[in-house]
Design a protein around this ligand. Structure first.
Ligand SMILES: [Zn+2]
Length: 200
């Protein structure tokens, strides 16, 4: 008995298997679903993938994903330019936006300090953050990192780094589900953690 399918179908299964959160069985299910789906639906998925790769870029200021750089948040004159909320990933910007508690700007680090995965401060967008603080117009930096070990290490590192610069450095209040990602906190809990932020 063959252990793998021939050619195209196995390629597709392998491609889905490499995606986060999808195991070999899930990959096989999706591949066969697409095989049986109308052409337009399968083509729609293929087009969505090419479109995201050709159109989406990272904002030159905050590092968030966008189709125009600077991104709409960085360009919005109604946003408070004196406050920057530092997050790990672009998806965290969406989590904070959903709380409707924040009207400042963002800075996406692109990850968190994680010695096990060989991610150190030099791998994050920290120089770009320091540059944004250079002209003194930012009065507060909110550290909104994931409530886990890596997020905590990054929060401590940034608090020490930014403290001497004379900018107010705060962090989310405790109360978020510990050991998880920001995205798993519901809007109300995250909104409370944001409004109840404390000195870092
Ligand atoms: Zn931006």
């Amino acid at each position: 008995m063959a252990l793998a399918y021939d050619g195209a179908i196995q390629n597709l299964i392998d491609a889905f298997s490499r995606l986060p959160g999808i195991g070999p069985k899930g990959a096989q299910r999706i591949a066969f679903y697409l095989l049986g789906a109308p052409d337009a639906e399968a083509q729609g998925l293929a087009d969505a993938i090419s479109e995201v790769k050709s159109k989406v870029r990272f904002c030159e200021i905050c590092g968030n994903v966008c189709e125009t750089s600077p991104c709409p948040v960085c360009q919005d004159p109604r946003r408070d330019r004196g406050v920057i909320c530092v997050v790990e990933e672009p998806k965290d910007v969406m989590s904070i936006e959903r709380t409707r508690e924040f009207r400042g700007l963002y800075h996406v680090l692109g990850g968190a300090i994680n010695p096990m995965a060989n991610v150190g401060p030099a791998d994050l967008r920290i120089p770009q953050l320091l540059e944004r603080l250079g002209d003194g117009s930012v009065t507060e930096v909110i550290l909104a990192l994931d409530p886990n070990i890596e997020g905590e290490a990054t929060t401590r590192y940034l608090a020490q780094l930014l403290g001497p610069l004379g900018v107010k450095v705060t962090r989310l209040a405790s109360g978020l589900p510990v050991g998880s990602d920001l995205e798993y906190a519901d809007e109300i809990t995250l909104g409370r953690a944001l409004s109840g932020r404390q000195a870092a």
